[in-house]
Design a protein around this ligand. Structure first.
Ligand code: ATP
Length: 248
């Protein structure tokens, strides 16, 4: 359809340590208002793609050696991660990454550090995060390190929301969580997408759940996009069924 493209990744190549070619020409688009899934097995290059977009590869000795990344038409490859946050793009890292010694609420507030709209607006958004994640409100005074894996994932997403993002890059939200919690978290992602208009690029190994909630999917294998299409089509595709959905 005619939705505006927010993020445009065009034929990027990523090399680690000057020699290890991990992305071999990846292209993808994230439209405004969509949930876009980036699928593929362990080591396919999902995390590398997200880190390339948010410019987090340098600390891992990785670099984009070819191709381009644009957000709202602006080349963003040479920005640092906080510049990107100011433009409305934030990454929620794999493995949740809470500040374990801070409370849940303090974790959430760290997400608002780039904002310049003052305490009242920040407090209003904190309340909004709690309406999407009622569990976090109950746990707000708890030290994040002592909350459950699901609560830490919620805290990580909630903290990202506190930057008022237009687009969230969400890495493997289902990792290590029981199926019921995975459903709960994807349900909240869907709500945030529909009610707050947040766009998502979601990296997931759990193809089944991702294709139920996403609108469009890209399948990565060994650093290349091997298939892409509307989620409903991918769910019905015989190869996707056989290799990714576990049914023949
Ligand atoms: P996962 O689900 O394991 O995160 P993924 O699809 O996200 O898988 P990546 O983490 O992007 O995959 O890894 C892609 C490939 O790049 C893997 O072969 C991995 O071993 C390699 N790789 C990742 N980080 C580095 C690094 N810092 N240095 C060298 N190779 C790396």
């Amino acid at each position: 359809d005619g939705a505006e493209t927010l993020l445009e990744v065009n034929n990027i190549e990523v090399i680690y340590n000057h020699v290890i070619l991990v992305l071999k020409g990846v292209s993808l688009n994230v439209p405004k208002g969509g949930i876009t899934a980036l699928l593929g097995g362990n080591g396919a290059g999902k995390t590398t793609t997200l880190k390339a977009i948010s410019n987090l590869l340098h600390s891992e000795r990785g670099e984009v050696t070819k191709g381009s990344i644009h957000y709202r038409g602006e080349r963003v490859q040479d920005l640092n991660p906080s510049d990107l946050v100011e433009r409305g793009v934030i990454q929620v890292m794999e493995g949740r990454h809470c500040f374990e010694h801070l409370t849940v609420e303090e974790n959430l507030l760290t997400g608002s550090y780039t904002r310049k709209d003052g305490r009242a607006a920040i407090d209003a958004d904190l309340e909004k995060v709690y309406t999407y994640f009622p569990r976090l409100k109950e746990r707000r005074k708890s030290q994040a390190g002592y909350t459950s894996g699901g609560e830490q994932q919620m805290t990580a997403i909630g903290r990202a929301l506190m930057s008022k993002p237009e687009t969230i890059l969400l890495d493997e939200p289902s990792m290590g969580l029981a199926p019921q919690l995975v459903e709960e978290i994807f349900g909240i992602v869907k709500d945030l997408n529909e009610k707050e208009g947040v766009s998502f690029l979601l990296a997931e190994q759990n193809t089944n759940v991702a294709l139920r909630f996403a609108h469009y999917g890209y399948i990565l294998e060994s650093g290349r996009v091997v298939m892409d299409g509307p989620a409903a089509d991918l769910r019905e595709n015989p190869d996707v069924k056989e290799f990714y959905l576990g049914v023949g």
